[in-house]
Ligand binder design. Structure first.
Ligand SMILES: NC(=O)C1=CN([C@@H]2O[C@H](COP(=O)(O)OP(=O)(O)OC[C@H]3O[C@@H](n4cnc5c(N)ncnc54)[C@H](OP(=O)(O)O)[C@@H]3O)[C@@H](O)[C@H]2O)C=CC1
Ligand SMILES: C[C@H]1O[C@H](OP(=O)(O)OP(=O)(O)OC[C@H]2O[C@@H](n3cnc4c(=O)[nH]c(N)nc43)[C@H](O)[C@@H]2O)[C@@H](O)[C@@H](O)C1=O
Length: 313
């Protein structure tokens, strides 16, 4: 990858894709190719082939996917497996057919078994049963990883796969039914504060533990790996520190300045008990996360409030 490379960021309006575009622009990569889902439906192979034949793409960041929180994954498994298999298969194969130099595929730490030993090492892939709430999504991600590895072996391509932990940041999805926990709790606590509500509902027991990485750190890691890593082995991306959902809620409470209480709705699923990421491979390559959770929460909350102001104008 060099500063003249023609770089396609699939999913450039999403949480991850927009952070990758910011990072590429900040580092002087000027030839960026982007399409919204309205302009190009990545589930349609003909449309994908047309993009690759017209744009002479050198590099691909595959950050387009159907993404959602625990309940969305659980309720719409068919949509998650179909859309993700189509999007990633179309892009990976079109990239091969058109001679793309290098591609980065975004997986997720949900590919690891539900009860894998902690912290999650890359070698735990396919060593046990997946978490039921996101099995369909995880199977699609595992297919994407295997597809990249198989193309590398058979066709000599240079495709890498990264497994980020739970992400957050500006431009996240704040829809209460479909989003992940961090944006959902920021919104719920903010609205409870505004409306002076005494309680905020938290799904599940509050005991599951998750690791949260800011999207700008993730994007920085993706660029670093595209510049410095080649290989068939998957690479975890995280901070190496996790937190319980209950403690995350308390942290958000302090950021928003909310005085009310939390009520735990145990009719909602907990999901995987823990997803603590082993980041030793990434560290040994020379990269570590920089944005502390509390700082990332504060800036994401400020961003959320400015978005609300823009919408209300
Ligand atoms: N968010 C997280 O916590 C984590 C995310 N990841 C992975 O990172 C990647 C990006 O996730 P994230 O940024 O959070 O997701 P978002 O939902 O924020 O963004 C996804 C993007 O994909 C695009 N997209 C979806 N369907 C189509 C389609 N049919 N055709 C064209 N474009 C489409 C959307 O485009 P448009 O806006 O134009 O509609 C959107 O910009 C995914 O692979 C995800 O699995 C991994 C671990 C954690
Ligand atoms: C990134 C990752 O994201 C998903 O897996 P998940 O980590 O379980 O995601 P989540 O952020 O939705 O929940 C984390 C925890 O938080 C609890 N929780 C409390 N209150 C709310 C709440 O209000 N909303 C949500 N969404 N969760 C809540 C919730 O019950 C759970 O215990 C998959 O898409 C998976 O495929 C994937 O890759």
């Amino acid at each position: 990858m060099n500063k003249e490379s023609r770089i396609y960021v699939a999913g450039h309006r999403g949480l991850v894709g927009s952070a990758i575009v910011r990072a590429l622009s900040n580092q002087g990569y000027g030839n960026l190719i982007c399409r919204t889902s309205q302009e190009l439906d990545l589930r349609d192979r003909q449309q994908v082939d047309r993009l690759f034949s017209e744009e002479h793409i050198d590099i691909v960041f595959l950050a387009a996917a159907k993404v959602g929180g625990i309940v969305a994954n659980h309720e719409y498994p068919a949509d998650f497996i179909r859309d993700n298999l189509l999007i990633q298969t179309n892009i990976i194969d079109a990239a091969y057919q058109s001679g793309v130099e290098k591609l980065l595929f975004l997986g997720s730490t949900c590919i690891y078994p539900k009860l894998a030993p902690q912290p999650l090492k890359e070698e735990y892939l396919m060593t046990g049963e997946l978490e039921a709430t996101n099995e369909a999504y995880a199977v699609a991600k595992i297919a994407g990883i295997t597809m990249c590895q198989s193309y590398n072996r058979q066709y000599g391509t240079n495709y890498i796969s990264v497994m980020p932990t739970n992400l957050y940041g500006p431009g996240d999805n704040f829809d209460l039914e479909k989003s992940h926990v961090l944006p959902a709790l920021l919104r719920k606590v903010h609205e409870a504060q505004e409306q002076q509500l005494p309680q905020v509902e938290i799904w599940g027991t509050g005991t599951p533990r998750r690791e949260f990485l800011h999207a700008d750190d993730l994007a920085d890691a993706c660029l670093f790996l595209m510049e410095h890593y080649e290989g068939n082995e998957i690479v975890n991306i995280g901070t190496g520190e996790d937190i319980s959902i209950r403690d995350l809620a308390s942290l958000i409470q302090s950021v928003v300045g909310y005085q009310g209480e939390f009520k735990f709705n145990t009719d909602k699923p907990d999901g995987t008990p823990r997803k603590w990421v082993d980041v030793s491979k990434l560290k040994s390559l020379g990269w570590s996360a920089r944005i502390p959770l509390i700082e990332g929460l504060k800036s994401t909350y400020e961003d959320y409030k400015s978005e609300l102001q823009t919408i209300s104008k």
